[in-house]
Design a protein around this ligand. Structure first.
Ligand code: GLN
Length: 556
């Protein structure tokens, strides 16, 4: 056995043989049934939040059963936002939810994928580390999954582990076995999140899908201790009883999770149903203290927020098929909400398609907004519309916040329309532009040529030094800041002088002065952009200063 509690790969060991209840760490496993998209991430984060507030050191882990190594190579329209951690992980957006609820920075190892697990097992097999025996899914792949879960849990009292996907999926089976095995060895609780559809013509919530999902989970040997039932309207007594009776789960372990107007209410709803004290009890722990008060005050602000602030997010990933995307800009949206609620304003956020702007013009589509954000993005689609939107903000004194691609395109717009550098562009969109005001970072060029796309961008936390007396400096209230990055292109240093001469202020640069990290326009209500992704660091109890400044300007 190694220190993480998993047998070394050379010995065949099936977990059950090494069963010995260890006191550390304690696990809460969150597993989904019926369908995806139920908000399992929010359930996980809410459980973690309350356990943390009750006096325990908590971490949260997400298992993603896809074969990709990370979310970095996935299209946002299919997978949602790619979240970035301080240590440069390009990971699942659920980790963003955990960070926001727990108010802590999580490392990339907290997102475990099938790809990572297999890659490690295969590497070991090639290095003859299995001593010549056959390498199998059970126990070898399962043990590598366990090892990763244990490694990420090290040093914490309670580790909350969410398994992506739905019970019955072929993909997550090995992870469920890993969990089953960990449940043998460590104090653990299994929480299943299911869905009870409302059949309008019958007028009642149906529990059969939940019953089937629990039965399906039982095939893996996992018996849920708690069932969180998502529904449109909330669970009534007869339905609660039905699930309890048919699934052999105590009635008070069936938890109601109706649609809420804000995800931030869920920890309080769980508290009302004593879910967390019941989980702690099963783990052999008790409530040590109660530090939920700041959260309650934050939710009270949501209740008081009546005056609207209307923010438009101009992006290309707005629609997918007939559906409007809710996940692609999730951290940007949450950052807007944090700032708005902090000021007791009611955020009204709308995504505006940049390709629509190309067809109908910026004025027609952006008139009703108090402020506009152009977030991160890649590639050529809708770029013209984003540039139009930025121009509209600059010329009409409309508050503007540019994030990453949004900053790069603000430079393009300024170069073209103020500096009169005709045809100025980023080489990402126009490789032959006469004025490459945004260009690829030299090291990035080589990586692309070698097709080394995965995890090779300029990633994670980078420091910047702010220029005294600028708006950005005033908003942060300090000179040195650290923000998360994810990009291959940057403002071309050769054009900085001409841009500055025409009035653009680079208010923050990398410590060596080479990379432009922040820009702003004086004599504008609010025109700020950054090469970073400040949205990843905004927290409900700790709104981001740039977003706060932006929202304040929106209502001025
Ligand atoms: N596509 C741009 C780059 O790679 C911006 C990336 C982003 O917005 N995250 O530099």
């Amino acid at each position: 056995m190694n220190s993480s509690g998993v047998s070394s790969p050379g010995k065949r060991n099936n977990g059950a043989q090494e069963m010995s209840t260890k006191e550390w760490p304690r696990f809460v496993f969150v597993i989904g049934g019926v369908l995806s998209g139920l908000g399992k991430g929010v359930v996980t984060a809410s459980i973690a939040k309350v356990i943390q507030a009750y006096g325990y050191k908590v971490t949260a882990i997400k298992i993603d059963p896809y074969v990709n190594i990370d979310a970095g190579t996935m299209r946002p329209t299919e997978h949602g936002e790619v979240f970035v951690t301080d240590d440069g992980g390009e990971i699942d957006q659920d980790l963003g939810t955990y960070e926001r609820f727990l108010n802590m920075n999580l490392p990339k190892k907290n997102n475990i994928t099938t790809g990572q697990v297999y890659l490690e097992v295969i590497k070991r097999e090639r290095a003859l580390e299995y001593g010549g025996r056959d390498v199998q899914i059970i126990p070898d792949v399962m043990n590598e999954a366990k090892r990763r879960i244990l490694e990420a849990s090290q040093g914490y009292d309670v580790s909350i582990v969410e398994v992506g996907g739905t019970t019955g999926d072929i993909e997550n089976l090995v992870f469920l076995f890993a969990i089953r095995s960990l449940m043998n060895e460590y104090p653990s609780v299994a929480v299943m999140v299911t869905y009870a559809p409302l059949l309008k013509n019958v007028g009642e919530l149906k529990t059969k899908p939940t019953q089937h999902a629990i039965a399906k989970l039982r095939e893996t040997g996992i018996f849920p201790d708690f069932v969180v039932v998502r529904s449109e309207t909330g669970l009534d007594e007869p339905r609660r009883e039905k699930i309890a009776r048919s699934c052999f789960i105590p009635k008070d372990h069936i938890i109601d999770d109706p649609d809420l107007d804000s995800i931030y209410r869920l920890p309080l709803l769980f508290e009302e149903q004593n879910l967390i004290t019941k989980i702690l009890k099963k783990l052999g722990l008790e409530k040590r203290k109660d530090e939920m008060q700041p959260w309650r005050e934050f939710v009270a602000k949501i209740d008081r927020a009546k005056k609207p602030v209307r923010v438009g997010i101009v992006g290309k990933y707005v629609a997918y098929g007939s559906a409007e995307h809710k996940d692609v800009y999730i951290s940007v949206m949450e950052a807007i909400k944090h700032a708005a609620y902090h000021l007791e304003l009611k955020p009204e956020i709308k995504q505006v398609s940049s390709t629509e702007i190309e067809k109908r013009g910026a004025a027609a589509l952006l008139k009703g907004f108090d402020g506009i954000i152009v977030p991160g993005g890649f590639g050529t689609t809708g770029v013209g519309g984003k540039i139009e939107a930025i121009r509209y903000c600059r010329e009409n004194n409309v508050p503007f916040l540019g994030l990453c691609f949004g900053m790069q395109l603000a430079v393009v717009e300024f170069a073209r329309n103020v500096c009169k550098l005709e045809g100025a562009h980023t080489t990402e969109v126009d490789p032959d532009t006469p004025h490459p005001v945004v260009d690829i970072i030299p090291e990035q060029k080589e990586l692309i040529e070698k097709k080394m796309y995965g995890a090779t961008m300029r990633l994670g936390a980078w420091p910047a030094v702010l220029k005294e007396g600028t708006l950005v400096h005033k908003l942060y209230g300090k000179k040195e800041v650290s923000e998360r990055h994810r990009h291959r292109y940057e403002v071309n240093p050769k054009y900085v002088e001409v841009l500055e001469k025409h009035g653009l202020v680079f208010s923050g640069k990398s410590p060596d002065g080479i990379l432009m990290e922040f820009l702003e326009l004086p004599n504008h209500k609010f025109f700020v952009a950054t090469q970073a992704h400040p949205e990843f660091k905004s927290r409900p109890l700790n709104p981001h200063p740039l977003f706060l400044g932006f929202i304040r300007a929106c209502i001025e």
